[in-house]
Design a binder for this molecule. Structure first.
Ligand SMILES: [Fe+2]
Length: 287
């Protein structure tokens, strides 16, 4: 069984500064602590973009030092906030295709993992998948003789979040044209960018996205295109278990500190029965 971890949208700021009042560097180290403690048997960790908020050297130095704490292979993808040349130069092991895009392939027991680069050059935050990248993807799909998992930053579909839908993958139709002959092989698309847990199906392909590590997008389906409402729902990483038959994605709120207890007995954490009349405030006193 393949096991991998997806983290996304760290938005590191250099100098240990906070972003929206939160330290992305602390959140990253907390996530790595959790992975090393709970999931050190993962086959790889993938960061699905927006590692750096401004894409500068200092932030990639922070990222490099942090991922050195992981004892499994790490894949780092491009997000709209990332700077391609700087990230390639500063972060060891970032692989590129023959055209210099941050794209690579990994053969696993669950099939072929394709790591895509959907970065469109500023001044937009939207994504693109140009003809050169489409050519690379077409070749990888045509030569895959088993299941395929796709990992990328920008969602290729509209999610009902108007402020984000206008900055998703702009050329999604051309992208799907390349995917379409292989839909039965493509088991899942994992993406970031939207800082929300979202699951569904796009034209026959399952997809999921997860919250970021620093700040989140609030669920406000009435917000207009001009608004991108944020909030501080808990950060997560995904734990993915996959083989040739199935793909299972767990969301892990790794900073949750509520007590763990055994559900199969009526006794709670200290032998007393907490199964009845538990009020939310009780958790705080117990924690
Ligand atoms: Fe982001």
């Amino acid at each position: 069984m393949l096991k991998f971890i997806q983290l996304t949208d760290i938005h590191l700021i250099d100098g240990g500064r906070r972003l929206y009042g939160v330290s992305p560097e602390s959140r990253l180290h907390a996530a790595i602590d959790s992975i090393n403690r709970e999931h050190d048997d993962a086959d790889f960790v993938v960061f699905t973009g927006d590692q750096a908020h401004w894409g500068n050297e200092a932030t990639y130095r922070v990222l490099t030092d942090a991922i050195a704490r992981l004892n499994m292979p790490v894949k780092v993808l491009m997000g709209n906030h990332d700077h391609r040349e700087t990230m390639i130069r500063m972060v060891p092991g970032v692989e590129t295709d023959e055209n210099g895009f941050v794209q690579s392939v990994m053969e696993t027991e669950a099939g072929r993992c394709l790591f895509l680069d959907t970065k469109k050059e500023a001044p937009t935050d939207a994504g693109e998948y140009c003809p050169k990248r489409l050519g690379w993807l077409k070749q990888q799909l045509e030569t895959a003789d088993g299941p395929v998992l796709i990992l990328m930053h920008h969602p290729p579909l509209k999610l009902g979040l108007k402020g984000m839908d206008i900055i998703n993958l702009l050329d999604a139709e051309a992208f799907f044209d390349v995917l379409e002959p292989h839909v039965t092989k493509i088991r899942h698309i994992f993406f970031g960018h939207v800082h929300r847990p979202i699951f569904g199906n796009w034209r026959g392909i399952a997809f999921s996205s997860i919250r970021g590590l620093n700040h989140q997008l609030a669920l406000d389906l009435k917000a207009p295109e001009t608004s991108v409402p944020g909030n501080f729902e808990p950060p997560v990483y995904a734990v993915v278990l996959a083989d040739k038959d199935q793909v299972v994605t767990h969301m892990h709120e790794f900073m949750d500190r509520s007590p763990h207890f055994e559900l199969v007995t009526p006794e709670g954490v200290d032998g007393r029965d907490y199964s009845l009349n538990m009020r939310h405030g009780d958790w705080d006193r117990m924690a």
